[in-house]
Design a protein around this ligand. Structure first.
Ligand code: 5GP
Length: 262
């Protein structure tokens, strides 16, 4: 498999074509952005950690029946993924109220929600990804009723699984954001999870101290962003005690040759 041209560059990732129509390469950058791109910074090694953390979680989710875009990680910064048509909605699941929810509705920060709360946001940077209802999704044909039913089931299953996974390593899963896409396979379109899952896209708090181990450290100038991401990776068992991402030499992105998929 050969890496082709750049198809799309987002805030934290770049997508490259490959010589296989249904597959693309996803490159994780070190760029961090917040508040609709108003705050920007490069955080050395963030892309490497997110690539590894996301691979780890997506592999587990695949094993519990959540079909997703990951084919395989191919190097420190890149994954081979299925090419999908992205549904223009950000799906947020919350277990503890914080962030935009507390501001929007004046809910006390840290309120434990009795049941997971699913929110839908229209994915449009120019509008600041506004909150929408299911009726908006159907009125503007952003997704069908059947697709949203499947996604809602996936979201709750993912939430259950990830709450348990993180609880086992002393972390509370406060909330997360994911996107889904339509994958064309043998003429059929199937909705699959098509996003990274990492401290960039989840809120993760230490179970005993409530210390933030996620992108809020960058958003709210709490410092030690990389240390927190490394802590998550270490607890997940994918970063060895002796390794420190700052000491790893990052290879320049280059063409990759892969063995043909079995
Ligand atoms: P909030 O709506 O409270 O700002 O965010 C809720 C959850 O969704 C948080 O885990 C946050 O990290 C994630 N989230 C919301 N919007 C975005 C986004 O545009 N990019 C990323 N990476 N995460 C988001």
């Amino acid at each position: 498999m050969k890496k082709g041209k750049k198809l799309y560059e987002g805030k934290a990732k770049i997508i490259f074509s490959t010589n296989e129509k249904n597959l693309v390469i996803q490159h994780f950058k070190d760029d961090a952005t917040a508040f609709n791109n108003k705050k920007k910074m490069k955080i050395d090694g963030k892309g490497i950690l997110n690539n590894r953390i996301s691979e780890h979680i997506l592999n587990y989710l695949g094993q519990v029946g959540i079909k997703n875009h990951l084919v395989k990680r191919i190097n420190m910064r890149e994954q081979l993924i299925k090419f999908v048509e992205i549904i223009p909605i950000e799906f947020i699941v919350r277990n503890i109220a914080t962030g935009s929810l507390t501001k929007r509705l004046d809910i006390e920060d840290g309120t434990i929600l009795e049941n997971p709360l699913i929110e839908y946001c229209y994915k449009k940077d120019e509008l600041g990804d506004p909150l929408i209802s299911k009726e908006h999704i159907f009125a503007f044909n952003w997704a069908s009723k059947k697709e949203i039913e499947k996604i809602d089931k996936y979201l709750l299953r993912m939430n259950d699984f990830m709450i348990g996974m993180f609880r086992g390593i002393g972390i509370k899963l406060v909330d997360f954001k994911v996107e889904f896409g339509r994958y064309k396979n043998n003429g059929k379109k199937e909705v699959i999870l098509a996003d990274e899952i990492s401290p960039d896209t989840c809120r993760l708090w230490d179970i005993s101290s409530d210390k933030k181990l996620d992108k809020d450290r960058f958003r709210n100038n709490l410092g030690n962003v990389m240390e927190a991401y490394q802590d998550v990776a270490r607890r997940l068992g994918i970063l060895h005690e002796e390794s420190n991402i700052r000491t790893i030499k990052f290879p320049k992105p280059r063409s990759v040759k892969l063995k043909k998929n079995k």
